[in-house]
Design a protein around this ligand. Structure first.
Ligand code: ADP
Ligand code: 5GP
Length: 202
């Protein structure tokens, strides 16, 4: 059984990670989304248990104490974490799992899971990033300027990733990510079982 892919996507807030990930998940129904936990308030339209598990700070700290996270980080004053949720067993069953997490979390996961696929999504420009965050209409002026400042710091971590994809259009970005996944599935290291001569090569 070929192990599933652990796919990690990061990028500055407002780049379009959520939008591009939704497109990939709808195009590739076999890929499962890792629903993070957060202490931030839900945005309009966000549903508990779909976009995030929305927890109180006390609940989040209890999950940390109970070692329920693969990683967690503080982003913009709120906690965010990836629930372990038997990720290892799911990968061993051959399921692909997509994590959309910040750069601190991604680098922590990379240390623990170097075989993962680390993809950095870039906006076409900082100007366009600002337009996208403003267009989303979910941030106060202070929170917008904090996200823009932080974007520059986050983008500087991009070279630690394996792949970089510019989110010019949702379709282009999603196609590029699907191409990365197709190539990764063909890596020799993921297919050593096919070299058992005498078996078929499917
Ligand atoms: P993130 O998850 O990275 O914070 P979102 O997915 O919430 O970003 O996208 C931020 C805003 O930018 C949303 O209003 C979204 O509709 C818009 N957006 C995302 N991708 C694109 C794109 N390729 N072109 C134009 N607008 C985009
Ligand atoms: P937002 O509040 O815009 O949904 O997310 C803010 C930031 O938190 C984004 O960079 C997003 O990728 C990151 N994030 C979401 N879930 C997690 C998680 O489980 N762990 C970490 N480390 N970051 C996360």
């Amino acid at each position: 059984m070929t192990r599933g892919l652990l796919i990690v996507i990061s990028g500055a807030s407002g780049t379009g990670k959520g939008t591009v990930c939704k497109k990939i998940l709808s195009d590739l129904p076999a890929v499962a989304y890792s629903i993070s936990a957060t202490t931030r308030a839900p945005r309009p339209g966000e549903v508990d248990g779909r976009e995030y598990y929305f927890l109180s700070v006390e609940e989040f700290k209890a999950w940390i104490a109970d070692e329920k996270f693969l990683e967690y980080a503080q982003v913009y004053g709120n906690f965010y974490g990836t629930p372990l949720n038997k990720i290892e067993e799911r990968l061993n069953r051959g399921e692909d799992i997509l994590l959309e997490i910040d750069v601190q979390g991604a680098l922590n996961v990379k240390r623990k899971c170097p075989e993962g696929i680390y993809i950095f999504l870039l906006p076409p420009s900082l100007e366009e990033l600002k337009r996208r965050i403003e267009g989303r209409g979910t941030e106060t002026p202070e929170s917008l300027s904090r996200r823009l400042k932080n974007a520059v710091a986050e983008i500087k971590v991009g070279p630690e990733y394996d792949y970089v994809v510019v989110n010019d259009t949702i379709e282009n970005a999603a196609e590029k990510i699907k191409t990365i996944l197709s190539a990764e599935r063909l890596k020799v290291a993921r297919n050593t079982d096919k070299f058992n001569l005498g078996e078929d090569f499917e």
